[in-house]
Design a protein around this ligand. Structure first.
Ligand code: SF4
Length: 417
């Protein structure tokens, strides 16, 4: 690996691009659908050389370096060395992405990454399925309990973006069992849940056994499965619909408060996204693209259709979701007219020397200052500050302001988030 040339000496060609970097090749595991499992030779670039090259990226302040190592943490000392190095040489800007096996994470690794700068690293973790029979059949080595433990540990640190992968169409996983895998992984609430479809790649064990598994798949890229002995074509289309809804509403990060309210209505997150997909389809909403505000209106319609009686809570959750990301110029048709409170909000901003273009004030009756719903109606204002953002989610910071403070009473309470 040390003989491979370093191809980034001139970074001008890579401006505003993600830098792909490899510190190892091959994988010790043997997942039956993966071509990396065919290449049995696992080899590493030596650490002093890796450090020198990483320092080059750090000095150049590139935004992101994506390690393409198939299972970055398969050699403990190698992973520890690199994580230690980037932690000690953090420039406050560069982010490093790693594909890892969560159940291999040891205590000292969890400890080491637990207090890294928020956003310094992000982790992609392939879970693929939570069905033991499927995991065994695809020759995957994974202790599910250890995956859950590690994912929850990392999540508790609130400093690392986690991206969990699932694959639909694997052997021994029928439609109902896939739904279970989806619900199990969704319950972990990673920042991204990537629902992929099995690819039947020439040269893989899966390809050799395709007829045994009844796999019907595209013979052209991306070689994705269309049906199997366990999942029909129609069921696969339903899973695709769930994937589309998941991307638009969950992975986009744009409707998380809304989903948190809607989830209380559902025992299964898979069913929730499926119902949403059916609603989109039956109303013709899948036929064209929608802007953010229009989508906000659509999902409120959907919530009303499955959870009538809680419209006010959904409205507030959607307004919160809208403004925590950007100072939206347009508002949903049902949103309160801001002109009604303009005098009050302008007076507050003026009195506190705040610039209107960098913040937004909104009154909420059901939402609390953490963005969750209260049991009882209780008015409260939130001041969104677009100049202070969460390094992991990019959401604007917000501050709770009491009604008394808005009225100009100086004995108010104010709490920061
Ligand atoms: S762990 Fe990942 S890279 Fe390794 S064989 Fe399995 S799918 Fe391929």
């Amino acid at each position: 690996m040390d003989e491979l040339p370093f191809c980034y000496a001139n970074l001008q060609d890579f401006e505003h691009r993600i830098i792909y970097y490899e510190s190892s090749r091959g994988c010790p595991f043997s997942c039956s659908y993966c071509l990396s499992s065919v290449d049995k030779k696992l080899r590493f670039r030596s650490l002093p050389l890796v450090y020198r090259e990483l320092q080059f990226f750090i000095d150049a302040k590139v935004p992101q370096v994506k390690f393409v190592d198939r299972t970055f943490n398969c050699r403990h000392e190698h992973a520890m060395g690199i994580w230690n190095y980037i932690k000690e040489h953090d420039n406050g800007i560069t982010n490093f992405h790693f594909e890892i096996s969560a159940d291999l994470l040891r205590e000292d690794e969890l400890e080491l990454i637990s207090d890294m700068r928020p956003g310094l690293i992000q982790l992609e973790i392939g879970v693929q399925s939570t069905n033991g029979a499927t995991i065994r059949e695809i020759h995957r080595t994974m202790r599910l309990e250890d995956v859950y433990r590690a994912v929850n540990r990392v999540k508790a640190g609130k400093n690392i973006h986690q991206h969990l992968d699932l694959i639909a169409g694997l052997p021994f996983e029928d439609y109902e069992r896939f739904q279970q895998s989806f619900d199990d992984i969704y319950a972990l609430h990673p920042q991204q849940l990537q629902l992929g479809f099995l690819k039947v790649l020439k040269g893989s064990y899966m390809y050799e056994h395709a007829s045994e598994y009844g796999l019907i798949y595209r013979t052209k890229p991306p070689y994705e499965v269309l049906a199997s002995k366990w999942v029909s074509y129609d069921e696969m289309l339903e899973i695709r619909l769930v994937e589309e809804m998941l991307e638009l509403h969950y992975n986009s990060g744009q409707f998380l408060t809304y989903l948190a309210v809607l989830e209380q209505r559902y025992a299964s997150a898979f069913q929730m996204f499926l119902d949403m997909g059916h609603f989109y389809r039956s109303h013709g909403y899948l036929d064209c693209s929608h802007n953010r505000v229009r989508r906000t209106e659509i999902v409120l319609e959907f919530a009303e259709s499955v959870d009538a009686g809680h419209r006010a809570a959904y409205e507030e959750a959607l307004i919160f979701d809208l403004y925590k990301i950007e100072k939206s110029k347009s508002r949903p048709i049902w949103a309160r007219d801001l002109a009604l409170e303009k005098k009050k909000t302008s007076a507050y901003l003026r009195a506190h020397g705040l610039e209107k273009k960098y913040c937004h004030l909104e009154k909420f009756n059901w939402l609390d200052a953490r963005g969750t719903l209260r049991q009882k109606e209780q008015p409260m204002w939130l001041l969104f500050d677009y100049e202070v953002r969460d390094p992991l989610t990019n959401e604007a910071a917000f501050t709770e302001i009491s009604e008394a403070e808005m009225e100009g009473d100086t004995t108010w309470n104010r709490s920061e988030n």
